[in-house]
Design a protein around this ligand. Structure first.
Ligand SMILES: Cc1cc2nc3c(=O)[nH]c(=O)nc-3n(C[C@H](O)[C@H](O)[C@H](O)COP(=O)(O)OP(=O)(O)OC[C@H]3O[C@@H](n4cnc5c(N)ncnc54)[C@H](O)[C@@H]3O)c2cc1C
Length: 381
């Protein structure tokens, strides 16, 4: 085995505390949260107290000013335990970093401490009913009226959509300017004109809330714009590598965890007077899975190192997301097969992980969009 060297002993201690916390405060309740369609608010507050939310927020705004490896460890432990309802990845790795990077001083002071403590849960709303991959095709508008923007439109498939207290809304401030007409806004969930649709029923990640959101003549002050007007598309492109790395880390850890559980299962399951582990087919399947995980892990870890040094580019991040999520789906499908009928039963982790894995090839940019990014780079003049 190739040892991972991206984390030092201090980070491994942090991992230990995250894992213990999740085993005590999340694992026993996850089944109930699947029925509720969301996790508890209490979990967010407890995690905030422990410093597990948005670790990269600077100390001056209530955070611990850690590097992204702390986020990665939280993502990995959530994945390892199959606690897919917990939307911290979206909060800590995707939404909060926008405010850290492009928020005004006033926005940082107002929101970041409560995001670290878990009192403010965030979401980011890009996708609309008629457009997802083609972000420039969004129809939500934000029209300037005096000192306010008036936002109209709707979004769908929004992670943390039911629980979010603050939503980063992607809207067009100039419908004729293409990508240069897109801007970002911070919308508080108690604003007049904001409403949530139903909690969408999904084939997996059942404890995670995913919603439609509606904006009906919603007025925000100019000071709620996040960053410069017309720069929204660029900001999104700049943040996407971290989002994709986060998905890749989750994917490969989930695959590794399910593989280990499958190894344990086939060693005790009997068929034809032998354990399932004795069949050559089983050994070959496990060997293929272990090899794909090990080789992908090395690439993903290297991407994490590059990201810490500020050098992860869009193409490498797309490759990490593409390969890790494809490996995750392939490996977990083979592991389910090795469980036979039990693999199809919801009470088995492998069944849940199989259902959870599917969306990883869809959100944060589909596998096809990842290939577009990689292909275009290869062919550029
Ligand atoms: C559980 C879940 C959580 C989500 N969370 C969020 C969130 O928090 N915030 C948010 O904004 N969005 C979120 N999304 C939305 C997600 O990012 C989109 O679903 C995704 O980007 C794909 O967009 P789409 O659904 O409109 O598919 P489409 O863009 O309609 O794509 C349909 C198919 O066409 C393919 N395709 C599209 N364009 C091309 C092309 N140029 N070349 C080749 N193939 C192409 C796609 O790969 C796909 O296979 C979430 C989705 C899910 C399911």
């Amino acid at each position: 085995m190739i040892p991972r060297n991206v984390y030092d002993s201090e980070l491994e201690l942090f991992r230990d505390s995250v894992s213990k916390f999740l085993i005590k405060n999340a694992q026993p309740y996850h089944e109930q949260w699947e029925k509720d369609g969301q996790v508890s608010r209490e979990l967010w507050l407890q995690a905030g107290e422990q410093g597990f939310l948005a670790p990269t927020v600077p100390e001056v705004y209530g955070g611990v000013g850690a590097d992204f490896r702390y986020n990665a460890i939280v993502d990995e432990e959530v994945a390892r335990l199959g606690l897919s309802g917990i939307g911290w990845g979206l909060h800590s790795d995707i939404a909060v970093p926008y405010i850290v990077r492009i928020g005004s001083e006033e926005q940082k002071k107002r929101y970041l401490p409560a995001m670290v403590s878990g009192e403010i849960i965030t979401a980011i709303a890009m996708t609309e009913p008629a457009t997802g991959s083609d972000l420039q095709g969004i129809k939500t508008t934000a029209a300037l009226d005096g000192n306010e923007y008036v936002i109209n439109g709707s979004k769908t498939f929004i992670t943390n959509g039911q629980m979010a207290d603050l939503v980063i809304v992607v809207a067009k401030t100039d419908i004729s300017a293409g990508s240069k007409g897109i801007s970002l806004f911070l919308v508080e969930a108690d604003s007049a004109g904001f409403s949530r649709g139903k909690n969408l029923k999904k084939i997996g990640m059942k404890a995670q809330d995913t919603s439609e959101l509606f904006f009906d003549n919603l007025r925000v002050p100019k000071s709620s714009r996040l960053g410069e007007e017309g720069m929204g598309f660029l900001y999104l492109m700049q943040e996407l590598p971290q989002e994709r790395l986060s998905v890749a880390l989750y994917a490969i850890t989930s695959a590794a965890s399910i593989l280990q559980q499958t190894v344990d299962y086939v060693k005790q399951r009997q068929a034809f007077g032998h354990t399932v582990a004795t069949f050559q087919n089983t050994q070959f399947k496990l060997a293929d899975a272990a090899t794909e995980i090990a080789t992908t892990q090395v690439f993903v870890d290297r991407c994490l190192e590059l990201h810490i040094d500020g050098k992860l580019d869009a193409v490498a991040a797309a490759q990490a997301k593409l390969v890790a999520t494809e490996v995750q789906n392939k490996v977990i499908d083979e592991c389910l097969q090795l469980h036979g009928g039990y693999g199809y039963m919801w009470e088995y982790s492998v069944a849940r992980a199989w259902a959870d894995a599917r969306v990883q090839k869809i959100y944060a940019g589909t596998s096809e969009i990842m290939k577009l990014i990689i292909g275009r780079d290869l062919l550029k003049e």
